[in-house]
Design a protein around this ligand. Structure first.
Ligand code: HEC
Length: 179
């Protein structure tokens, strides 16, 4: 008898927690101002890019001051990742993966640099500095000219050389569905 009533108590408990899951009554709605610092994802098509602009020339100087001691002069690498060059090496025995040789979307540069770099001081750069650094790294990879200015309109239009080599593996439409 004892076990049965215990079971009943457990079942009531489960039913209550299922209800509670629908209306947890915890926390409070987040304000747009509090959400903004977290809402920084940039989509491949550029959705979410902020206002502002920057030139490759400005980016070259910022890179020299804030990035080259980890990424090497001109982004050639060491101690941290090489960011420039390597185009055409991906199918060789010694592939070199960089922004220029590998990345499919230019917009990822803005997202990643603003979010994560410089490694020792992430999210310390202004949007202008991030546009400038994106422009510089694309220019150093010979994807845009050195006199380029990038903003929310022009960055998504930059075509990355390796874009066409990415394809969707799943769901596959080249094999028949299972039994
Ligand atoms: C203190 C060292 C350090 C500094 C300074 C630094 N980085 Fe990095 N960076 C790294 C490391 C380490 C990684 C690899 C991080 C990872 O894979 O998660 C990286 C990765 C990157 C990548 C991605 C490379 C790839 O192909 O995956 C980019 C782009 C980049 N950094 C840009 C910058 C820029 C621009 C600056 C200057 C504003 C900068 N970094 C400053 C250490 C640094």
């Amino acid at each position: 008898m004892f076990t049965r009533s215990l079971l009943a108590v457990v079942m009531v408990g489960l039913a209550t927690s299922a209800l509670a899951a629908e209306t947890p009554m915890l926390g409070k709605p987040i304000s747009p101002a509090d959400l903004a610092p977290w809402d920084i994802s940039i989509a491949p098509d550029g959705a979410g890019l902020p206002p502002g602009k920057g030139t490759a020339k400005q980016g070259k100087q910022i890179f020299f001051e804030k990035c080259s001691y980890c990424h090497g002069e001109g982004g050639q690498g060491t101690p941290a990742d090489r960011l420039v060059g390597g185009q055409g090496t991906l199918t060789s025995d010694t592939p070199i993966k960089t922004i220029g040789s590998y990345w499919p979307y230019a917009t990822t540069l803005f997202d990643f640099i603003r979010r994560a770099m410089p490694l020792n001081e992430p999210q310390s750069l202004t949007n202008e500095e991030v546009y400038a650094l994106s422009a510089y790294l694309l220019a150093a990879n010979d994807i845009v000219p050195m006199n380029t200015t990038l903003n929310a309109k022009s960055l998504p239009k930059v075509k990355m050389p390796n874009k066409g080599n990415f394809f969707i593996v799943y769901p596959r439409n080249d094999v028949a569905a299972g039994p």
